[in-house]
Ligand binder design. Structure first.
Ligand SMILES: [Zn+2]
Length: 223
């Protein structure tokens, strides 16, 4: 099972990914984390990625694909894995399929209204020192304006203000429109209502995953 998580920034994709990982034992693969690790460990791929980032460029697909390939053939991904942050476009989606043609695929798109996202992201505060993330609505620091972990000052990111958030969401939707269309045609696309409680959202995701896993078992048995 390959679970692909889609959803706008601030929509709870990371949290849901962690919950799926816990329940099903599928490792969550975030391309951002993979990239950071390769750079830290100074692997060949990491060095290549770093050179591109230093030039202010996005890391090219070949490098990202190689990293993912390396990860998904590890034993812990045998039963399944979760992808967060990849693919971002149809070209990447196709390349992912080329690596592993037979893997069953489920795309979970966590959908929220623009209004909710603006509200959530505007309430977000970040530690100026360690990068810990807080939310004035859902996850308050113990002492106002101060990081629980390191005691540094909490700040609002410059791009967490409504005008910039709107622009980011617009870009996000433009980028993912074709991808959603692509997965819908493949009949592996499921849109989840991302408003409301975390437990309600995850319950809805689990019921889709359970149903699709059961379906694939029936199909395999029939083969
Ligand atoms: Zn901190």
């Amino acid at each position: 099972m390959r679970v692909i998580l889609l959803g706008p920034p601030g929509g709870g994709k990371g949290t849901q990914g962690e919950l799926i990982e816990k329940k099903y034992g599928f490792p969550k693969i975030s391309t951002g984390d993979l990239l950071r690790r390769e750079v830290q460990e100074k692997t060949t791929l990491g060095e290549m990625a770093k050179a591109e980032m230093n030039q202010g460029e996005l890391v090219n697909d070949d490098i990202v694909i190689e990293m993912i390939k390396h990860k998904i053939f590890q034993p812990d991904c045998k039963r399944g894995y979760i992808l967060d942050g990849f693919p971002r476009n149809v070209g990447q989606a196709r390349r992912l399929e080329e690596i592993e043609e037979k893997r069953q695929e489920i795309v979970i798109d966590i959908h929220l209204s623009e209004q909710t996202l603006i509200q959530r992201l505007s309430e977000r505060r970040i530690c100026s020192s360690c990068g810990a993330i807080y939310n004035l609505l859902a996850r308050n620091p113990r002492k106002e304006g101060t990081c629980d972990f390191c005691g540094s000052k909490l700040i609002q990111r410059e791009d967490d203000v409504p005008e910039v958030i709107k622009e980011r969401l617009k870009v996000y939707h433009e980028q993912t429109e074709a991808l959603i269309d692509y997965y819908s045609r493949k009949k592996v696309y499921f849109r989840i209502d991302g408003e409301g409680k975390i437990e309600t959202i995850s319950k809805n995701i689990y019921s889709i995953l359970d149903r699709e896993i059961a379906k694939s078992r029936v199909m395999e048995a029939a083969r």
